[in-house]
Design a binder for this molecule. Structure first.
Ligand code: F6R
Length: 617
């Protein structure tokens, strides 16, 4: 949520900042801005709208200079208008600052500053931080310079309650950018004769593949030729690893696809293969997940699993619940991370907590991890971003290896998460009740999945035509049972977030307990009805919808007859065991939401009001 890019080096800063912002635009896209230092002046350009609006502004009013900070915003405090865009300046106009996060006590700080004579131009919490640090700098007795700015930043941040990742620039020290983090990611990107300060190294992938991630309460002083990291209290920070960024520019470009979402949907045969790579052991007829750091005895001692996450990750957790109970024979529950963190669930020694997060930065999931760790529970991360805060704080877990996911609507991360849950369920099951031949059967079925996803993707043209028929729909209902009940939820979420249609997901059999009242000709229902033990029951529910003139799109299994007689449209997926069917049934639903959104002229990769990676509460 929001993106920060800072640059100090030998090149012109503005083009590098702009390019970085474009790469981070999916993190927030309601306004953008930058400030550079040139000839002893701060050149600030900012405006509401997308990065392109900022690029257009820079064409008219260039911002020269080799040092600068920039920001793309997802509004929390204050509407997305020009004056609320970052950077924000202090009272003297000599300091500028960009900020990700939320300053919770900003009203109290603002009142104190107003009392002291400060006037504010925006409605943001960030501007308060700029004024506060600026004031502390101006009032300090130390000589003007780097040390004085560092101290003022520390002193200001100590008064703050809330979360932040910030970059600060001051005219008195134009050769320095100061960064600090608490709760919002920030990293120093390394170069020769140039350095970067970024909320995500993806922003600078074209310039640097090495980064040092800041920890909470770290403060970084970044210069052209180096950087120093210390703590908020002024101590020496612990040791730092240089992390190699393990993807290339190609991984974050569109290639032949019109949208990242479509690209990522079509990457799923590869991403699922990557999640399985090296993790299936035919010798043991089981899964090998070394990152768990758990002995077979410790795994056997697990008597309850709690999965926590948000949004799509939560839905993957719901599939995980079915898998871990059916294949692993361990009681399992799933809880929204935002509830888990406050719920105070009774958990005993044998409880294993699994935190699922593509970004590894989602604030609620991170808070759930911290709560679980605080209570002494073994807490594992299932993350895509290897260097993320959740991955680091869990210390153990399973990486998804899905590659960067740029589309705001999560797609490939979902199937990677479900794949990881299948591996975990296999491992838990083989330690308990499963025979080696059962284990080998699961391995064989899993190995076939990437090629089956490829076949499921071949339905894209058919789905584009189906979507065209329903562009006038006022909403959509999604239904499924057992393993495919979470797929109904995920299908509804995908559809609503990128088409803005009102959508609901339910277990099919709940239909007659209430939401059947919604059925009418412009409210299509999508039934996920593969050839499993629930097939006949799904067929009954479809009949009930048809009897009330509701259109039906069904997702069925190749070779299983019956759906075409009752449904208006049927999309077939390859045959697989019922426990793996979510990995295939989700594909047509992702495609359906994508094609509907395109037909409706929506901004698929940047749907309104949303942003990737929710780092504020
Ligand atoms: C939906 C979507 C969100 C995320 C959720 C969790 O398409 O992208 O619901 O799944 O914000 O994000 P992560 O997995 O990064 O914790």
């Amino acid at each position: 949520m929001c993106g920060i890019v800072g640059y100090i080096g030998k090149s012109l800063a503005a083009p590098i900042l702009l390019d970085g912002l474009r790469r981070l635009e999916y993190r927030g896209y309601d306004s953008a801005g930058l400030a550079t230092v040139s000839d002893g002046r701060l050149e600030t350009r900012k405006c509401a709208g997308r990065i392109q609006a900022l690029a257009d502004l820079l064409k008219k009013e260039p911002a020269p200079g080799g040092v600068g900070i920039s920001h793309t915003r997802w509004a929390t405090h204050g509407r997305p208008v020009d004056e609320n865009a970052h950077p924000h300046a202090d009272g003297s106009g000599r300091l500028v600052l960009v900020h990700n996060g939320v300053i919770e006590n900003y009203q109290a700080l603002r009142a104190q500053l107003v009392e002291a004579g400060h006037t504010f131009k925006s409605q943001t919490d960030t501007e308060i931080l700029a004024h506060l640090i600026g004031k502390l700098y101006d009032e300090a007795r130390a000589p003007h310079g780097k040390a004085r700015l560092l101290e003022a930043t520390r002193a200001g941040l100590k008064q703050v309650i809330g979360t932040y990742g910030i970059a600060v620039l001051h005219l008195d020290v134009p050769e320095t950018i100061i960064g600090a983090r608490r709760g919002s990611p920030l990293a120093v990107g390394l170069g020769r004769g140039e350095h970067f300060l970024v909320s995500d190294p993806q922003a600078i992938i074209a310039h640097s593949q090495e980064a040092v991630y800041l920890k909470d309460y770290d403060v970084a002083v970044v210069g052209r030729d180096g950087f120093e990291i210390s703590t908020l209290e002024g101590g020496i920070a612990g040791s730092y690893e240089v992390t190699k960024v393990d993807f290339t520019s190609d991984d974050v470009t569109l290639g032949e696809f019109p949208h990242y979402m479509l690209k990522e949907i079509f990457e799923q045969p590869h991403s699922v293969r990557d999640a399985l790579r090296g993790r299936l052991s035919k010798d043991d007829a089981s899964a090998r997940l070394g990152g768990l750091n758990m002995t077979p005895q410790e795994l056997r001692d697990v008597d309850r699993v709690i999965i926590t996450g948000c949004g799509t990750a939560y839905h993957a957790g719901l599939v995980g619940e079915y898998l871990i109970e059916a294949l692993g024979h361990v009681p399992c529950e799933v809880e929204f991370a935002s509830e888990f963190r406050y719920r105070n669930m009774p958990m005993d020694k044998g409880t294993l907590v699994l935190a699922v997060s593509q970004s590894g930065e989602t604030i609620d999931t991170l808070a759930a991890v911290r709560e679980s760790v605080r209570k002494g529970h073994r807490t594992l991360g299932i993350c895509n971003n290897v260097a993320s805060t959740i991955a680091r704080e869990c210390g153990a877990g399973v990486y998804m290896h899905a590659g960067p996911e740029i589309g705001v609507a999560a797609t490939k991360s979902f199937t990677s998460q479900v794949t990881v849950f299948t591996l975990l369920a296999l491992l838990l099951g083989r330690i308990r009740h499963q025979s080696s031949s059962e284990g080998l059967g699961i391995i064989k079925a899993l190995e076939a999945i990437p090629a089956q996803i490829e076949r499921a993707l071949e339905t894209s043209d058919q789905i584009r035509e189906i979507a065209a028929k329903y562009v006038g729909a006022k909403g959509m209902l999604f239904m499924g049972r057992q393993y495919n009940y979470p797929i109904a939820l995920e299908g509804a979420l995908k559809m609503k977030e990128i088409t803005y249609l009102q959508c609901e997901g339910h277990p099919s059999a709940e239909l007659k307990h209430g939401f059947i009242a919604l059925i009418e000709p412009d409210m299509p229902s999508v039934f996920i009805a593969p050839d499993d033990t629930m097939f006949e029951s799904n067929l009954n529910s479809i009949e009930q919808v048809k009897a009330r003139r509701g259109p039906v799109i069904a997702i069925g299994t190749e070779g299983r007859k019956g759906l075409e007689q009752v449904a208006d449209d049927v999309v077939y997926i390859p045959r697989c065991p019922d426990y793996l069917s979510p990995l295939l049934t989700i594909i047509p639903l992702q495609l359906l939401s994508y094609h509907m959104a395109v037909h409706l002229g929506r901004d698929v990769d940047k749907p309104r009001n949303l942003a990737k990676s929710v780092t504020v509460e």
